[in-house]
Design a protein around this ligand. Structure first.
Ligand SMILES: C[S@@+](CC[C@H](N)C(=O)[O-])C[C@H]1O[C@@H](n2cnc3c(N)ncnc32)[C@H](O)[C@@H]1O
Length: 276
């Protein structure tokens, strides 16, 4: 098992390295980001001026949409370079917002009881479960607050999902266990419920069509420094990708053939009730 501090250093390095290409490789459609922001306001019952704290804000794909709503937005991320992309994509005359480079495994940049909604998309599973739960309850407003977690989901039989599953299998065979993000999110939400929070119904915010070839996916994985969230030695990574290339040719007939699929973005969360 990685030591948290070491993992943090490598996670930050990995996202620093991919900051410039993240949106192109893992971007969400802009219309989907607007829908996520609006749905978050509804789900968390936010009123104008309420404070939203985004954990792992990244390049600001969703943060940018949240900043356009009448909310008090604070985003933090371990990677200063991901936040630099966020800052650059904001309009020059946009009002200032708080974007803070800090490790979410340390104290979050918010006072006790000051936050109305904690939001995180594709990031919270990279943090320690117990720490997340402690921090959510610490920063939650005494008048009630909501934790909302978001992630894209792929059809189980889609080319990307099958390739990913095979990659995890190959990594496992080589002795590397990759984190299951969804499982970690579930653990966080369940731990909050055990502390008295009420679960919110999972909802689909948007669905959109995608088209990928195995070659495209393998190239994008080659361009990142990590694989399935793991920092691997170059030869291990190359071995897995070469095996996957052979496997994909065999299973899909060609690396270049495009396959259509549908992706959806899910939100789920818990409501921390008022302390009065
Ligand atoms: C997959 S990206 C998601 C970015 C953004 N939330 C989105 O959905 O587009 C994960 C983000 O989590 C950040 N991250 C990883 N570990 C972190 C930590 N310990 N503390 C804060 N941020 C972290 C990374 O730097 C990266 O920006």
């Amino acid at each position: 098992m990685n030591e948290p501090r070491l993992f943090m250093a490598s996670a930050r390095r990995s996202f620093d390295e991919q900051a410039g290409s993240f949106d192109q490789r893992a971007g969400l459609p802009a219309s989907v980001c607007d829908l996520i922001a609006k749905e978050l306001v509804q789900l968390a019952q936010l009123a104008p001026g309420d404070v939203v704290l985004e954990v792992g804000a990244g390049t600001g794909q969703i943060g940018l949409a949240l900043c356009q709503l009448p909310l008090c937005y604070v985003g933090f991320d371990a990677s200063a370079m991901m936040l630099d992309v966020f800052k650059r994509r904001r309009a020059k005359n946009a009002p200032p917002i708080s974007l803070i480079a800090t490790d979410g495994n340390n104290r979050w940049p918010a006072d006790d009881g000051s936050v109305n909604a904690v939001f995180s998309s594709r990031a919270i599973h990279l943090l320690r479960v117990e720490h997340v739960v402690e921090e959510v309850f610490r920063v939650a407003s005494p008048s009630g607050a909501t934790l909302v977690l978001g992630r894209p989901e792929r059809e189980k039989q889609s080319l990307r999902a099958l390739l990913r599953q095979e990659m995890r299998e190959r990594l496992w065979q080589l002795g590397y266990a990759s984190d299951d993000g969804q499982q970690k999110e579930r653990e966080i939400l369940e731990a909050c419920v055990r502390r008295g929070a009420n679960p919110l119904e999972r909802r689909v915010v948007a669905t959109w069509p995608v088209q990928y070839s195995a070659a495209q996916i393998l190239t994008s994985w080659r361009e990142k420094s990590s694989l399935a969230g793991l920092e691997l030695e170059a030869e291990v990574k190359e071995k897995v990708l070469s095996q996957l290339t052979i496997w994909a040719k065999d299973v899909f007939g060609s690396l270049e053939a495009f396959q259509s699929a549908e992706e959806k973005y899910m939100l789920e969360g818990v409501r921390l009730s008022s302390k009065s």
